[in-house]
Structure formats: structure tokens, C-alpha cells
Write a protein that binds this ligand. Structure first.
Ligand code: FES
Length: 492
């Protein structure tokens, strides 16, 4: 029997994104059988696969540190209880396999003895036939026993796969079959959000019951206490709270993803976590939602912010739901504008701001797995940043192209962050153009070469109008979001 790996698991072992592996499969470089890859084939396509180091951990750490600017908590090792449960299951499986192998070994040896005894005694034609049949059975079992599909080369791949199973849990969602991995001390819910999957939830601490899901197969461990009480029917049907459980084996869960229409409008009082100067005139405002009431939104959407002085503005969110409880905004400093002046001079960490929202349809379509092209002018980069982080988290775009339009000779703000994305991810390319004519030229080239499945353009209204008029962008697959130089959302 040949061992096979799911595409997600093979991508983790090779240390590449699922999209890169999918591209190799569609080009015919890598073969699959029933959607699975053999370790041998994986080694053929990635001969340099470094099994000594933990490629996946290196990759995740690199992305988190470089691209996400350490905003996401490090969560690499599971807690000791979860680790022990996974080790116990792995050890049990190993012990069972050893017993089975020893039994098969004994059967083969007994057949060998029987065959030798019978062949010495066999006289008549019938006896010879039954002796030959005995030999055929023994040879068949011997071949099956030895032909595990694993050789010296592929054994390290399988060993590393087993190690990954201990380090991370794997979840498959039903319906839909989406897969994601649960690392460190994350709950299933946290891991799903981190993977860009919008499941239903409310409090994230075991009170509301909104994150209920049916465990179809596999085992989970409770990692947090919950006050929510299950009905008898729910208890009988293996219902778990995703915010309080983590997988200890590969699991299949019945849980539905939220759509744009199912995300409710929310009003949440948030604390100011930090106000950072990105450029002399651009502020990064980071708000933190309460633990028990996080904002449910799609990357690229906007919210309305209201300060203690009742100053209010609609602003695109600059982060993705994968960024834990942090909600980020980019605002241009301007003392003549009451809101920006208040953020820049009066507001301080620990103060309260109220979020109302989310609104808008400037969101990534996960069904379209080709190239995603992102075009940002000025503070239009804010929603584009959220979308790119989401696209990285979802990990299904064949490639990501980021084009920033910067009119002055200076670098665009957060240029280093964009460069670190391009350094960390082979499938992400970044370029800066000096004006709209150059942007038009670059867009034409990208469309011709990459044929993007979806295009996002955000920036001031006049830039959007010029780009729309240039005809390089098709209407069908392009979404626009008007963001004023102040960082506030304008009506398109
Ligand atoms: S999100 Fe409320 S109980 Fe899990």
C-alpha cells in the first residue's frame, strides 16, 4: 500500500504554500491520485526538501516576524497536555502497528514452514496444487508486507509528517472540505480565523455557544473552561465549542462559514492599543476589541469610528480578521481636521473608541484561486494591506501582485513591510510606480502576463477615475474602493 499525503499536508512538508503546490499539480509537474501526493513524488519535485530543519516552523516564523511585524503572538508549541494527548495517540497507533506487523511476520513464517513441510510430503497432483497455492499466499503476503511504498528516501518524509501531526492538529470542514492546521495553544476557532476562515462565533470564551460545531470524526481536547451548557441532544451528537477545543487527532467538523450577508452589524467599545507614526504625516491606530466581543468582519471592509468627543469617521480596516483582536487603521495627520487632530494629539493608549460596522464589499473571493492583483494609491494601501494579509492567510492565490502608486520621489509608507512580504513569500511580487501613466503600463503588463482572477484598486477618487478610464482594467473582475488622502472612506 502506497502512503499518500493530502495537498495541504504535502505543502507544509515542502514548506511552500498550497497555491504553489496546486500550480505544480495543474502544470502536470506533480501527480495526484484522489487528490493526494506520494512522498516519492514530493521528493522528485522538491529534491532539496530540507528534512533536517523544520521547514514549516521556519516558514511560519519568517512570515510572522518579517511580514506581520511580530503583531501576531508566537504560538508554536502546543501546551503540555495537548502534546501528551497527541503523543499518547501516536504511541498507541505505533504500538498497534508493531503488534500487527509482528503478527503478519509470524503468519508469513508459519506459512513458510507449512509450505516446506507440504512440499516435502506432496505426492499426488492435488497435493502439489495445494502446496503451490500455499506458496502463492505466502509470497503475496511477503510482498505486501515489504511493499509499504516507503524506502530509505521517502521514510524521512513520512517521519516528518508524523512529527507534524504531533505539533499541529488538522481540521477538515464539512461541507466544503476546507482544511486548516491548528498550531501551538490555539483553539480550533483561533486557528480557523488565523487561516482566514470566517466561522460563526461570538464571545470566544465559552459563553455564547455560537461557535458550536459537530465533531464528525477524530478527537479533540478541551483547552478552556466553558460556561455554555449543551442540551442532551447536543451532548449525544458530539457537539463541541470551537473556542474551547483543539484537535489531538485529524478531525472532521461540521461547521458553516459565514457569508457577507450573515455578518451582523456590530457596535463594540474598543481600547486604543497604540498610535504609531508610520511617516511624519501618517498614523497607525491600533484598537483592541474586548476578549469577549471581537469584531466579525471580512478583510477590506470599513467601519465607523466614534471618539469620546463624538467625532466620527468611516475608515477602511487595515488589518485582517487573522490578526487576533487587533484592528488597524491608517489616518493622515492633519491638525485642521478635528478627527485626525484628536487622534494625533489627544487620544492615548487605553482610551476608548467605538466601532460600528462592518460595511462594504471590497472583499476577496476565495473561489477565484488565480493571481490576485492589488493596486494601492496613497492611503488606499490600508484596505489593501488587510486584503493581502487575508490572502496570505487563506493561502489559495496562485500568486499575489502588489502595485503601489507613489507620486513623490519618496518611498510609499510601509514600503519595508511590503518588501518583507515579497522576501518571505515566493509567490508575492511588489513594485512601486511613480504615477498613473506608469501604473497603467504596469497594469497592462500584469494583466497580459498573469491574467489576474481578481483585481482590487484602492485610492483617492481622482486616481480611481483615471485608472477606470484607462481601460486597462476590466469591469468584471475589478473592485474599487475610494479612500481619501486623509485615510477616510469616500463614496465610490
Ligand atoms: S464563541 Fe462564544 S462560546 Fe465559543
Amino acid at each position: 500500500m502506497t502512503h499518500r499525503l493530502s495537498v495541504s499536508r504535502a505543502a507544509r512538508l515542502a514548506g511552500v504554500s498550497r497555491a504553489v503546490l496546486q500550480a505544480k499539480i495543474s502544470r502536470g509537474d506533480l501527480f495526484t491520485f484522489e487528490g493526494k501526493v506520494t512522498p516519492k513524488d514530493l521528493l522528485r519535485v522538491f529534491p532539496g526538501l530540507d528534512l533536517a530543519s523544520n521547514t514549516e516552523l521556519d516558514r511560519v516564523t519568517r512570515i510572522k516576524e518579517n511580514a506581520f511585524g511580530k503583531r501576531i503572538r508566537e504560538r508554536v508549541l502546543p501546551n503540555p497536555e495537548v502534546l501528551m494527548s497527541r503523543l499518547r495517540i501516536a504511541t498507541q497507533a505505533l504500538a498497534i502497528s508493531k503488534i500487527k506487523l509482528a503478527r503478519i511476520d509470524r503468519i508469513i513464517k508459519n506459512l513458510e514452514v507449512l509450505y516446506l513441510e507440504n512440499s516435502n510430503k506432496a505426492n499426488g497432483a492435488d497435493e502439489k496444487i495445494s502446496t503451490n497455492a500455499l506458496k502463492q499466499i505466502k509470497d503475496f503476503l511477503f510482498e505486501e508486507f515489504n511493499d509499504t511504498g516507503i524506502d530509505k528516501e521517502t521514510a524521512p518524509v513520512m517521519a516528518k509528517d508524523e512529527l507534524l501531526k504531533i505539533m499541529t492538529g488538522q481540521v477538515t470542514l464539512s461541507p466544503g472540505g476546507k482544511e486548516f492546521f491548528v498550531s501551538g495553544n490555539d483553539s480550533i476557532l483561533e486557528a480557523a480565523l488565523g487561516a482566514g476562515i470566517n466561522l460563526n462565533w461570538g464571545c470566544s470564551n465559552g459563553n455564547c455557544g455560537l461557535c458550536k460545531a459537530n465533531l464528525i470524526s477524530g478527537k479533540t481536547e478541551k483547552i478552556a473552561h466553558h460556561d455554555f451548557a449543551f442540551s442532551d441532544a447536543e451532548k449525544a451528537s458530539n457537539t463541541i465549542l470551537m473556542c474551547c477545543h483543539t484537535p489531538i487527532t485529524k478531525i472532521e467538523l461540521e461547521a458553516e462559514e459565514l457569508g457577507l450577508s450573515t455578518i451582523p452589524m456590530q457596535k463594540i467599545k474598543c481600547k486604543v492599543k497604540s498610535i504609531n507614526l508610520l511617516e511624519p504625516d501618517i498614523l497607525e491606530l491600533i484598537l483592541q476589541t474586548p476578549r469577549s466581543k471581537r469584531l466579525r468582519f471580512f478583510a477590506g471592509q470599513s467601519v465607523s469610528l466614534t471618539t469620546g468627543k463624538n467625532l466620527q469617521r468611516d475608515i477602511p480596516i487595515a488589518s485582517c480578521p487573522c490578526d487576533d483582536r487587533n484592528i488597524q487603521f491608517h489616518i493622515r495627520q492633519n491638525d485642521k481636521d478635528g478627527f485626525a487632530g484628536y487622534i494625533g494629539h489627544t487620544l492615548k493608549p487605553g482610551d476608548t473608541i467605538t466601532i460600528d460596522g462592518p460595511t462594504g464589499e471590497f472583499i476577496y473571493n476565495e473561489e477565484l484561486t488565480g493571481t490576485a492583483l492589488f493596486i494601492a494609491a496613497d492611503t488606499g494601501f490600508a484596505p489593501i494591506q488587510g486584503l493581502i494579509e487575508h490572502t496570505m492567510a487563506v493561502d489559495n492565490a496562485a500568486s499575489i501582485e502588489l502595485l503601489r502608486i507613489q507620486a513623490s520621489s519618496q518611498k510609499p509608507y510601509l514600503d519595508n513591510r511590503c518588501r518583507s512580504w515579497a522576501d518571505a513569500l515566493d509567490e508575492l511580487a511588489y513594485q512601486v510606480v511613480p504615477d498613473l501613466d506608469a501604473a497603467d503600463f504596469a497594469i497592462r503588463q500584469l494583466i497580459q502576463e498573469k491574467q489576474p482572477a481578481q483585481i482590487f484598486v484602492a485610492g483617492p477618487t481622482d486616481s480611481l477615475e483615471k485608472l477606470k478610464a484607462s481601460r486597462s482594467l476590466s469591469k468584471q473582475n475589478t473592485k474599487y474602493l475610494a479612500v481619501a488622502p486623509s485615510g477616510y472612506q469616500e463614496s465610490n
